[in-house]
Design a protein around this ligand. Structure first.
Ligand code: NAD
Length: 251
C-alpha cells in the first residue's frame, strides 16, 4: 500500500479510530493533518508522528462549524499545496439511550450536527478543492449502525445511514472528476465512544462480545487498515462502497 507523500486530513483524529488512522498514515510516510475539536489530543497525536520522523500538523476544528472546516482545508492547501485524501471520522454518540418517542431533542441536534452535517461540510469543502486540482479521495467513517437497525439510538442511526447515503450519492457525481468516495462501517471497536456505550449497562461488555462471531471487539488499528486501503491506489476501481469491519456481527 503506497501512501507516501499523500496529503491527508483526518477529522476527529485526537483519539480512537482517528488517532490510529493518523498514526498508520504517518507510518506509511503520508503528510498528516490531525484535526480535532480537542486540540490538546490532536497535538499529542501529531507529536507522536513527528517523533518517528513523519510529517504532521494539528489543527483545531469543530466539523459542525462550516467556517472552521473551510479554515482547515485552506490551511492544509496553503501549507502542503493540495489535498489528496480526507478521512471524515469525527463522530459522537448520544448521551441518552432512549426509545424514539423519548429521544431527546438535545441528542438529536448534537449528533446530527457532528455526524451528518459535519461530514457534509467536510465533503463539500474538500470536493471544491479536489475538483479544482483534478483528483482526490474521500473516506467517510460510517458505522454498522448505518447499515442495520439499532435500538435506543435514533439520531446516531439516522446520522450513519446518512453518511452511507452521502457516500454513494456523491460518488455517483464525482467519478468523472477522478475523485473516489467510500466509507468504512466499523462494528464495536475499542475507543472512548465504545466505553460510553458499555457504561449504559453493567453486563453490556459480555452481552456484546457474545454476539460477535469473532468473540472480541475490534482494535482501532484494524479499522485504520481498512481506511488506508480505501485511501490507497490498491482500491482504485472502487467508489461509492462501504467496507464493513465488524468481526462478523452483521452476519
Ligand atoms: N468505536 C466504535 O465502536 C465505532 C463503531 C462504528 C463507528 N464508529 C465511528 O468511528 C468514528 C470515530 O469514533 P471513535 O470510536 O474513535 O470515538 P472517539 O470518541 O475515540 O473519537 C472521536 C473523536 O472525534 C472528536 N470530535 C468529536 N466531536 C467533534 C467535532 N465536532 N469536530 C471535530 N472533532 C470532533 C473527539 O474529540 C474525538 O477525538 C466516529 O464517527 C464513530 O461514530 C465507532
Amino acid at each position: 500500500m503506497n501512501l507516501k507523500d499523500k496529503v491527508v486530513v483526518i477529522t476527529g483524529a485526537g483519539s480512537g479510530i482517528g488517532a490510529a488512522t493518523a498514526q498508520l498514515f504517518g507510518e506509511h510516510k503520508a503528510t498528516v493533518v490531525v484535526a480535532d475539536i480537542n486540540i490538546s489530543n490532536a497535538t499529542k497525536v501529531a507529536e507522536r508522528i513527528l517523533k518517528y520522523g513523519g510529517i504532521a500538523t494539528a489543527i483545531k476544528t469543530d466539523v459542525s462549524k462550516f467556517q472552521e472546516v473551510e479554515a482547515l482545508i485552506s490551511a492544509t492547501v496553503t501549507k502542503y499545496n493540495r489535498l489528496d485524501v480526507i478521512v471524515n471520522n469525527a463522530g459522537i454518540g448520544g448521551k441518552h439511550h432512549l426509545k424514539t418517542a423519548e429521544h431527546t431533542h438535545e441528542d438529536w441536534h448534537n449528533v446530527i450536527a457532528v455526524n451528518q452535517t459535519g461530514v457534509f461540510y467536510c465533503m463539500q469543502v474538500a470536493l471544491k478543492q479536489m475538483t479544482k486540482q483534478g483528483f482526490g479521495n474521500i473516506v467517510n467513517v460510517a458505522s454498522l449502525a448505518g447499515l442495520k437497525a439499532s435500538g435506543n439510538n435514533l439520531s446516531y442511526s439516522a446520522s450513519k445511514f446518512a453518511v452511507v447515503g452521502m457516500t454513494k450519492s456523491a460518488a455517483l457525481e464525482y467519478g468523472r472528476n477522478n475523485i473516489r468516495i467510500n466509507a468504512v462501517c466499523p462494528g464495536y471497536t475499542k475507543s472512548s465512544l465504545l466505553d460510553q456505550f458499555l457504561n449504559v449497562r453493567a453486563d453490556m461488555d459480555d452481552l456484546l462480545v457474545k454476539m460477535i462471531p469473532m468473540h472480541r471487539f475490534g482494535e482501532a488499528k484494524e479499522i485504520a487498515e481498512g481506511i488506508c486501503y480505501l485511501a490507497s491506489d490498491n482500491s482504485k476501481f472502487m467508489t461509492g462502497q462501504t467496507l464493513t469491519l465488524d468481526g462478523g456481527i452483521s452476519l
